[in-house]
Design a protein around this ligand. Structure first.
Ligand code: DCT
Ligand code: MG
Length: 392
């Protein structure tokens, strides 16, 4: 197929892998411009690692995405996020604009920004955005690392943000996530032996830091997981590990979803949004008592980590019935853009609806079962992408 250009472009459009054996020969003999990079148009058809080979470009696009999102312009934000993800998926550095020929997902605006960075080493629009008082004000408002506008508002009303601001603003490391894992696993096993705890979110994708730690909990016997969040929370609380928690009930029911439209929101599992008291080791009650004795007062919670033997860490606990576990794991592994693109692919290319609970085939008018992530990719006609390739 080497010289068959129409086959080549078609393959690229459909996301089939193509190997160019001799790009220069092809270009000369056929007098056609052959793209340097190839990429499928949906994020979920590609492997996106991190941080990628074009950090300056991706960081610039991320600033503009964030600014658009903070301004409530979701469409524009999404366009920049797609461009950013595309550049992060490239396996080499972009040398010039011609390298970007034929690539999907790059709108005119993103191309302008990229050109600016490639030519001048920086984008004036990005610089202006970063310096604008509006952007700076919004960054302060949503200052807690990784927290969106909605969460920030909720925290402000509850005063949680102010209490633990300094800690929550500091990324969670992999070691800290592992330490929380040990505590969560011990609590889960003590209230329901046989239950399984899986670290999801960014850490499952191999990230070395994150804004929180996400856990997915299930039990091999369907039904045993009911009410588990409340029991685990009670156990953690009695052991002094929780600074704050807010539990929501499971409201998902397949039969009640109507004409095959499983919800795409993530809030239907039994779930606990919490703030952990992560100690440097040992029982948090002992450390606290020791500190209180030593200082003769309550620990100052507004102080940043380092001055005391514990720090606040955001932890999400989600419980899923085993029959939905594969969907829950896929959904809670992220990234947000990867999930979003999988759902878009499902609807537009396969006439299916995907959520963290189920996959519904609208043509066959039935739910498609899966007991692993691999099976879900296969139902969707996608090649499997391992968690480390979902960092879009
Ligand atoms: N998720 C989602 N939609 C939501 C909430 C979460 O699709 N409304 C998924 C995507 C990622 C996963 O759940 C965990 O969410 P976050 O913790 O917000 O993302 P993360 O990738 O773990 O990022 P970080 O490393 O910063 O925690
Ligand atoms: Mg997370």
């Amino acid at each position: 197929h080497l010289l068959d250009i129409s086959w080549y472009t078609e393959s690229m459009r459909e996301g089939r892998p193509v190997a160019i054996l001799d790009r220069h020969r092809l270009q000369e003999e056929q007098s056609v411009e052959v793209p340097v990079f190839s990429a499928a148009s949906y994020v979920c058809q590609r492997h996106t690692g991190q941080p990628g080979h074009n950090p300056l470009l991706t960081e610039s696009l991320a600033v503009l995405a964030e600014s658009a999102e903070l301004n409530g312009d979701e469409g524009r934000g999404l366009a920049f996020r797609r461009s950013e993800a595309l550049l992060r998926s490239l396996d080499r550095r972009v040398q010039g604009m011609t390298d970007l020929r034929g690539l999907p997902c790059l709108g005119e605006h993103s191309r302008r920004v990229i050109q600016d960075v490639l030519v001048n080493g920086r984008s004036s629009e990005v610089e202006e955005t970063k310096a604008s008082s509006r952007y700076k004000a919004m960054k302060v408002l949503t200052g807690v690392f990784g927290v969106g506008v909605k969460t920030a508002k909720r925290w402000f009303t509850e005063g949680i943000c102010l209490k633990h601001y300094a800690d929550l603003n500091q990324p969670v490391t992999r070691d800290e996530a592992d330490s929380v894992s040990v505590t969560v696993e011990a609590a889960v096993c003590s209230v329901l032996p046989g239950a399984q705890v899986t670290l999801a979110g960014g850490f499952r994708r191999g990230k070395t830091s994150g804004h929180d730690v996400d856990f997915l909990i299930t039990h091999p016997d369907e039904g045993k997981e009911e009410g588990l969040v409340r029991k685990v929370v009670a156990c953690l609380e009695s052991r002094g590990f929780l600074l704050y928690h807010q539990t929501t009930k499971n409201t998902y029911q397949e039969s009640a979803q109507g004409a095959g439209r499983p919800s795409s929101n993530m809030d239907r599992f039994e779930r606990c949004f919490s703030i952990f008291k992560l100690t440097n080791g040992g029982d948090p009650r002992d450390t606290r008592r020791a500190q209180e004795q030593a200082e003769g007062r309550e620990p100052d919670q507004t102080a940043s980590a380092g001055s005391r033997p514990w720090r606040a860490v955001r932890v999400d606990l989600v419980v899923s019935p085993i029959s939905q576990f594969a969907f829950a794991l896929l959904g809670w592994t992220g990234s947000k853009l990867f999930e979003r693109e999988m759902r878009r692919w499902a609807v537009h290319e396969k006439s299916m609806t995907l959520s963290s609970h189920a996959l519904y085939d609208k043509n066959q008018e039935r739910y498609l079962r899966a007991s692993s992530e691999e099976e879900i990719f296969s139902h969707l006609g996608l090649e499997y992408v391992s968690p480390s390739g979902r960092n879009a």
